[in-house]
Ligand binder design. Structure first.
Ligand code: GDP
Ligand code: MN
Length: 377
């Protein structure tokens, strides 16, 4: 689950990381009032679940409250990476002497939280990683001991020659590591970690992604979810109890079981297609789940064919078949449907589908090839 910058800033603040004060607003008038209260120069920042807001024109400095309101009227309603901006953050503008990057991710390679820093901050860290990987410094933290003081200071000295600033950065890293654990983050980034001309070290931007598996035991973090900021298809899928990830291909996939769903996507690629989504309808699929799945997939205009791949075990083929038939009675399915179905209640399923005018295959390769051909036609 993604947090907004304003939510991430508040969590970091609570863990003792220096973050400038801020307020959130959703109208230009509110922005003007906040800017008046803060006094002086302010920064107005789009609150969307996307990076690179600065480059997209979603971060603007303003000298006066009126200028702040004018920026807000342009930023509110703007689209950044396909997401509409509904709120802006207003904070006192900080005079920046340097911009660094500090981030923690869960690293599969080392199976540890990985602390990464770079003195080349401010910009996209992915660009730094691609063009000048030597400018990124990493320490895999042993979770038994946490971030050790010499590790933090070592990384701090990669950012700043000034020892006092390196110590401040090390302190921030220790707090960021603690914050990650406390909130169940799979990623936490400060970019930029800025220095000011008078020597302060401040977090001017914060990004936190929460591991969804941590939400059940952290209701206060789960409550930070902003469904209005998420892709509508993903919200609908979550509400329907489906595991769904939107992708950018043309073959809509509807599969039971995460492993089979992954294998299906691999096979779609193998036969020259591209999956439009990952979708696991789960183990015990009642027809309603299948209807919801089809509603979500058919709403995506880039889907050119739909592939069902059902290997019935606990999932009963007749439930899935009934779901498909019910869906066609509720809304039009305008793209070809290729159904591969085998296992529990296969015969009943085929009878239901045949009666409704569908045909079903039992061979997975055959079905995937056919769906790819239809999507590419
Ligand atoms: P992002 O582009 O989505 O990562 O948004 P950021 O919050 O990181 O802002 C982008 C850039 O705007 C930063 O790298 C800074 O250069 C600039 N910026 C953000 N806040 C301030 C500020 O308070 N003062 C100044 N001078 N620049 C700022
Ligand atoms: Mn940033």
């Amino acid at each position: 689950m993604n947090l907004h910058e304003y939510q991430a800033r508040e969590l970091l603040r609570r863990h003792g990381i220096p973050v400038p004060a801020d307020a959130v607003a959703d109208t230009p008038d509110q922005v003007r009032a906040v800017a008046q209260r803060l006094g002086g120069k302010v920064v107005v920042k789009a609150q969307v679940h996307a990076g690179g807001r600065g480059k997209a024109g979603g971060v603007k400095l303003a000298n006066t409250p009126d200028e702040a309101a004018a920026h807000a009227s342009r930023i509110l309603g703007m689209q950044i990476k396909g997401l509409t901006v509904h709120k802006v953050l207003v904070a006192p503008a900080v005079e920046i002497a340097s911009e660094s990057y500090v981030g923690i991710v869960v690293d599969r390679g080392s199976q540890r939280p990985l602390l990464m820093v770079s003195a080349a901050g401010g910009v996209d860290i992915e660009e730094v990683a691609a063009a000048t990987p030597e400018q990124i410094h990493r320490v895999a933290v042993d979770p038994r001991y946490g971030l050790l003081p010499h590790q933090g200071l070592g990384l701090g000295l990669r950012l700043y020659r000034n020892v006092a600033q390196a110590r401040l950065a090390a302190e921030i890293m220790t707090k960021l590591y603690a914050a990650c654990y406390a909130v169940g983050a799979s990623l936490a980034e400060i970019n930029p970690l800025a220095t000011t001309p008078d020597g302060q070290v401040l977090a001017l931007d914060a990004k936190i992604v929460i591991d969804d598996n941590e939400l059940d035991r952290r209701p206060e973090i789960a409550a930070l979810r902003d469904a209005t900021a998420e892709a509508p298809s993903e919200v609908q899928a979550r509400e329907a109890g489906l595991t769904f990830v939107k992708l950018d291909g043309t073959v809509g996939c509807c599969v039971n079981g995460a492993g089979l769903a992954m294998a299906t996507m691999d096979l779609v690629k193998y036969y020259g297609g591209a999956p439009a989504n990952f979708l696991d309808i789960g183990g015990s699929s009642n027809p309603q789940k299948v209807v919801s799945a089809l509603r979500i997939i058919t709403a995506d205009p880039s889907v050119k064919a739909i592939l069902f791949n059902i290997f019935g075990g606990i999932t009963r083929g007749d439930d899935v078949a009934n779901g498909i038939v019910q869906a066609t009675q509720q809304f039009p399915i305008k793209v070809p449907l290729v159904i591969r179905l085998t296992g529990t209640n296969e015969a009943e399923a085929i009878a239901i589908l045949t009666k409704a005018g569908f045909s079903a295959l039992t061979d997975m390769d055959e079905a995937v090839k056919r769906a790819v051909a239809q999507a590419n036609a």
